[in-house]
Ligand binder design. Structure first.
Ligand code: ADP
Length: 548
């Protein structure tokens, strides 16, 4: 056997700290603007950010934190949280972002499971800390992301972040870490069972940042001003805090005010070109601009993901406001980016309606991720845009196993996403459902997402959820639960008639129920499990339109 000829390039490990170091050196004057919980607007640069991240690293080391220890955060999108992203990971500790919108018991479970030694928190979460702290006896200290003057009265003893930083000089070299070391820890939101931890490595985070920045992915550049609405406590804000440093883009962090007016004001004053968030957030923003007659003067593109982007939303952004929507799909277990919609040269020449249909899908993978769909027998299904099955993925930023869990979730080396999808010959992914949400009618599957999208296109509908209702003959039939737009009206019959010609006849819901609001998870997704419980005893009308 011949010995392989090794390459002769530098063996520089991929470390997260290299991103902020790069930004500080080569985009040193570029601004990071934050709306603080204190109420004002804070501005500084990547150079300042790296210095303070180093001060944080020094402060944590002084507190006795060792590499590998987990440091929790309960914080909005803001500059101090960004410092934690770099300061904690930079010396080898693990930045564990916690979703403050979860129930306190879940938060305590997550902190204990992760074994966080310190938790950094925004002062808005002071009351939450007082509830959670007694349940987390192993946490050595709670650090308020504030100066002494802004720390509210708490029962829990707390340290001041600013006081800790003030004691350090920032004269610190980022150590070179093994790129396989853990950098960040994120828990899934636990829509099914207890939350599970995805432990990213320095290598996976840096590769994800490169992949995310590609022109056909987020497509970020130093010409952009980026406002991530997606929270930094939800899957690392889709990797944006890393990708902006890598590209040297201006960063605008909205803090806790995520209502339409606050977001629009910040987008306009900071001349934001790029944003990202889940559909629920954009629903509020669109309602605000619709009602006030406002426009977007600088916003060019926005990434919508986390749940399916309703086609009606895509059209409104593009047709009315001239903002390009990039529909994206991913999950916590994938760091999270998997696919994004990008049309290649040939697809861009197709007629508008065909282009639209492609853009409503979840898009093509970022090079690095591979995907396939499999049937119940585990065999791969054709990539013909028709066959749908369980979606499996693999790649260097896809999870291998959950934190502190021995059992491997992989099937033949692939991660089963729990999503049901088609893949077409262009490689475009179309998510039809979560496997647990799919509606099984007479042995066939109905895509709840497609049924919802039709309803949302109706002018009187603000939000819609389609769930399975038990049926003696067909096993399950679709029930549509609808929230009307304020001041608008539509009847059950009119809404059902609206489906004619838009979906297969047997996909038309059997019944419509109007409600004041729909339940959402902590990450703004429809809580279908809860909805199914709410409507468990719902009786469908005897005459089944769709089953005829
Ligand atoms: P959780 O649902 O536990 O909060 P994630 O936030 O990681 O976990 O969500 C991942 C799931 O969200 C995906 O598996 C998929 O079901 C759904 N999802 C994400 N983006 C999209 C999208 N663009 N279209 C449809 N579903 C999506």
């Amino acid at each position: 056997m011949t010995t392989p000829l090794l390459g002769q390039m530098m063996d520089v490990p991929l470390n997260v700290s290299s991103l902020v170091r790069h930004a500080a050196r080569y985009a040193g004057d570029t601004e990071i603007v934050s709306r603080r919980v204190e109420g004002d607007i804070h501005r500084y640069t990547y150079r300042d950010c790296e210095k303070r991240a180093k001060q944080l690293a020094q402060a944590l080391i002084r507190l006795g934190v060792s590499p590998g220890e987990r440091i929790g955060t309960l914080a909005w999108n803001g500059y101090r949280h960004l410092e934690a992203y770099y300061g904690v990971t930079g010396f080898g500790a693990v930045c564990h972002t916690i979703n403050p919108r979860l129930f306190p018991e879940q938060i305590a479970f997550i902190i204990n499971h992760a074994d966080d030694s310190y938790v950094l928190f925004d002062t808005t979460f002071a009351a939450l800390v007082d509830v959670v702290a007694p349940q987390c006896p192993k946490v050595k200290g709670w650090i308020a992301l504030a100066d002494e003057a802004h720390i509210p009265a708490l029962a829990t003893p707390v340290l001041s972040y600013e006081t800790l930083l003030a004691a350090e000089d920032g004269d610190f070299e980022w150590p070179v870490l093994d790129e396989r070391c853990a950098s960040n820890l994120c828990y899934t939101s636990g829509t099914t069972g207890n939350p599970k931890g995805a432990l990213y490595s320095h290598r996976s985070s840096v590769l994800h940042a490169y992949g995310a920045s590609l022109p056909d992915a987020l497509g970020l550049s130093a010409r952009d001003a980026v406002l991530p609405v997606v929270p930094m406590f939800h899957v690392n804000a889709w990797g944006i805090p890393h990708a902006v440093a890598l590209t040297g883009a201006k960063l605008v962090l909205p803090g806790k005010d995520l209502d339409g007016k606050s977001l629009h004001d910040l987008m306009e004053t900071e001349r934001v070109t790029f944003s990202a968030g889940v559909p629920t957030v954009w629903m509020c923003l669109l309602q605000y601009v619709r009602e006030t007659g406002k426009r977007f003067s600088t916003l060019e593109r926005t990434v919508i993901g986390g749940s399916a982007c309703p086609p009606a939303m895509l059209r409104e952004f593009e047709d009315v406001y001239g903002v390009r929507v990039i529909h994206a799909w991913g999950m916590t277990e994938m760091s999270p980016l998997g696919t994004l919609v990008r049309l290649n040269w040939e697809q861009s020449q197709r007629p508008l309606e065909e282009r639209r249909q492609l853009m409503e899908k979840q898009g093509a993978v970022i090079c690095g991720v591979d995907m396939k769909i499999v049937g119940a027998d585990g065999q791969e299904l054709p990539r013909d845009g028709v066959a749908f099955g369980d979606l499996h993925v693999r790649g260097p930023w896809v999870i291998d196993r959950y934190f502190r869990s021995e059992a491997s979730p992989l099937v033949d080396g692939w991660f089963p996403t729990g999503d049901v999808a088609t893949i077409d010959r262009d490689g475009f992914l179309h998510i039809t459902d979560r496997s647990k949400d799919v509606i099984k009618s007479g042995g066939e599957w109905i895509s709840s997402i497609d049924v919802e999208n039709v309803a949302i296109a109706h002018p009187a509908v603000a939000e819609a959820a389609c769930i399975a209702c038990a049926h003696p003959k067909w096993t399950e039939r679709p029930l549509l639960v609808v929230v009307k737009r304020e001041g608008e009206n539509v009847t059950r019959e009119a809404l059902l008639a609206f489906y004619e010609g838009k979906v297969a006849k047997w996909w038309i819901p059997d019944d419509v129920v109007f409600v004041e609001q729909l339940p959402h998870t902590a990450t703004g997704k429809l809580q279908k499990l809860k909805l199914r419980e709410m409507f468990r005893d719902h009786v469908l009308p005897a005459e089944i339109a769709g089953a005829a």
